[in-house]
Each structure stands twice: as structure tokens, then as C-alpha cells.
Ligand binder design. Structure first.
Ligand code: BDR
Ligand code: CA
Length: 324
């Protein structure tokens, strides 16, 4: 069978973002996935910037035929606070990126998701690597899509501490109401939180491996991770930056990459200091039914092998070193 049609259909909803960029490359480059479309949301940067960044990355990856649609430009409640301290003024600082060869399609991101899901012969996996605003609006506004959603796999939350507030992770803190809607939707949901993503570090060796691919795409990945390393060191004192978002994609490609437990998860909506925290009932003390498969373990080396293979497979023009 043609590999493209045997592959699992996915839609990626994202806010690129350095690690979202790697998530897009993994989704576009792994033969086990069929990337039906990409929708963007305000988060790491404003919507115009996250949309442009998604287009720039897909162009560079030779995947400009994948439709991209801009979704929500703010959270369901309250104002947007972007993560400029981590991702820079462009949302994707570091490499010099070309003007994208294609523009966004002229339809709202939530509507593109709806069309792709209802139009798919096979249930679609929704991979969300930004605030959950678009996904929440889709599930609330178009409940008819639910039977054709195979699973929602989201990067967000944590079983322990946060990165935006002491207990809140960025994607959930940015739009807690949206996360609450998704986690209470009844759809099969996988939560990939900081407790595992903080183990996937773009070390100096990983950056060298990106350079070693000898392509412009590999060099861009290296430059992205070098910038990310600088901001993570400045803001958090981390020696190497964690790449959160591609782990959500990897978990769809090969579920054995993450170990999960089925547990109840709630989003704190009212806490004085903890709004946006994911309250993960690991020890089953609430008596509630499980509503998410929460990642608690990660096969780090296998994850990086997947990601490198995808970037290698996407190929592209020779990189700066290879051209010399
Ligand atoms: C999440 O927040 C963003 O800055 C990253 O892109 C990732 O999705 C990590 O907390
Ligand atoms: Ca993200």
C-alpha cells in the first residue's frame, strides 16, 4: 500500500515556538504519520507570528502543501501573555528563515480542523502543542466531530511543578478554561507534561548531530536549539533546553516512547496562586474516574532517534558547512 495512505492521519495545533517547530518537522517527516493540516493559536507569540512561523518551517521542510490556518488570537478568558523571554520577539528567534513559499488558507483554524476531521475516512489524532483554545472551541462548537477524533495528545501541564507559575505550565496557564473543556470532553486524551519533557534535553551532542546532517534544515534546527539553550539558561538556569512539543508527536508515532498511567486530571481554575495547574490524581485519592493517560516515563534515546530520522528524511538543500 502507498505509505502515505497507510499512515495515521493527524492535525497539529501549535504556537511555534522553537519546540513546536521540531514537532512540525517530526509530524511532516515521519512516514507513519499523514499531516492533514496545521492550525495555529496565540501562545508563545501573537497569532500572526505563530502562523508565519508555522508556514516558514513547513516551507523549509518542503511541506508547503500542508494547509495552515490561523485560529484563535487570544485565550477564551482574559488577556494573552506571550513567552517572548523564551522564544524571542519573532517567536522563532535564532536562525535566518526565508519568507514562506505559501500563505495560510483563508479559513479559521477551528473550521479547518472541523473540515479535516469530518472529511477523513479514518479517525484523526489531534496533536496540540500550544494553548488549547482552538481545540476547546472545536469540541464545544462542533461536537459532531468527536466520533472521528481518535485521540487528543496534548503537551501541557505537569505531575509536579510548573514553568510559568510555581505549579502552572505555560500552555495550560495561558488558557485554563480551554484545557478544562478538553480534559472534560470525554475524548481519549494523552497528557504529555513537564515531568517527562524536562528529560528530553537538546544537549551539545544533539545540536552537533543536527549540524552533522549536513542540510540547511539540520543547521536551522541546530540554530533554533542554540537560541533556546540561551534563553532556558538565562530564565531557568538549565544547562540544556528541554524540547517539550515533539514528544507529543513521538507518542503518536510510537506509543512505547512514553509510559502513561490512566488517572483523573483536573485543571485549577480558581486557585489564588495555582490557576492553570493540572491537578493529577496519581494516587487515586479523589475517587474520580480517569480522564487522561498521563505520561510518567520517556524513552529519551528512542525519542531523539525518531526526531533525527525525520529531519534526515525531510532532507533539503545542503547546509552551510556542507556547502563549503
Ligand atoms: C510549552 O510552552 C511553550 O513555550 C512550548 O512551546 C511548549 O509548548 C512548554 O511549557
Ligand atoms: Ca508550544
Amino acid at each position: 500500500m502507498n505509505e502515505r495512505y497507510a499512515a495515521r492521519p493527524v492535525v497539529v495545533d501549535c504556537d511555534p515556538g522553537h519546540d513546536d517547530a521540531l514537532a512540525l518537522l517530526l509530524a511532516a517527516g515521519d512516514p507513519r504519520l499523514r499531516l492533514l493540516g496545521v492550525t495555529t493559536v496565540a501562545g508563545n507569540q501573537t497569532l500572526d507570528k505563530t502562523t508565519r512561523n508555522a508556514l516558514r518551517i513547513l516551507s523549509l521542510a518542503g511541506a508547503a502543501d500542508v494547509p495552515v490556518a490561523a485560529g484563535c488570537d487570544r485565550p477564551l478568558v482574559g488577556e494573552l501573555t506571550v513567552a517572548e523571554d523564551i522564544h524571542g520577539p519573532s517567536g522563532l528567534d535564532g536562525p535566518d528563515l526565508d519568507v514562506p513559499v505559501a500563505g495560510a488558507v483563508d479559513v479559521h483554524g477551528v473550521e479547518l480542523m472541523r473540515r479535516l476531521i469530518v472529511g477523513s475516512a479514518e479517525p484523526v489524532t489531534l496533536i496540540a502543542t500550544g494553548p488549547l483554545t482552538n481545540v476547546a472551541l472545536l469540541l464545544r462548537g462542533h461536537p459532531e466531530v468527536a466520533p472521528n477524533v481518535r485521540r487528543v495528545v496534548l503537551m501541557g501541564g505537569s505531575t509536579d511543578r510548573g514553568n510559568t507559575t510555581p505549579y502552572g505550565e505555560f500552555n495550560i496557564v495561558t488558557d485554563p478554561e480551554a484545557a478544562d473543556i478538553v480534559l472534560r470532553s470525554g475524548l481519549p486524551t494523552t497528557m504529555i507534561g513537564l515531568n517527562v519533557t524536562h528529560r528530553a534535553l537538546a544537549t551539545t551532542e544533539i545540536i552537533a548531530e543536527f549540524h552533522g546532517l549536513g542540510t540547511r534544515l539540520g543547521a536551522v534546527c541546530a540554530d533554533l536549539m542554540t537560541f533556546f539553550a540561551g534563553t532556558y539558561h538565562r530564565v531557568f538556569g538549565f544547562e540544556h533546553p528541554p524540547v517539550h512539543d515533539p514528544i507529543a508527536v513521538a507518542a503518536v508515532i510510537d506509543p512505547s516512547i512514553v509510559r502513561t498511567v490512566a488517572v483523573p486530571v483536573a485543571v485549577e481554575l480558581t486557585g489564588t496562586y495555582t490557576r492553570g495547574a493540572t491537578v493529577v490524581d496519581l494516587h487515586r485519592r479523589t475517587g474520580r474516574d480517569p480522564n487522561a493517560d498521563v505520561a510518567v516515563g520517556l524513552e529519551v534515546a528512542a525519542f531523539w532517534r525518531l526526531l533525527m530520522a525525520a529531519v534526515r528524511r525531510l532532507g533539503g538543500v545542503p547546509g552551510p558547512a556542507a556547502r563549503r
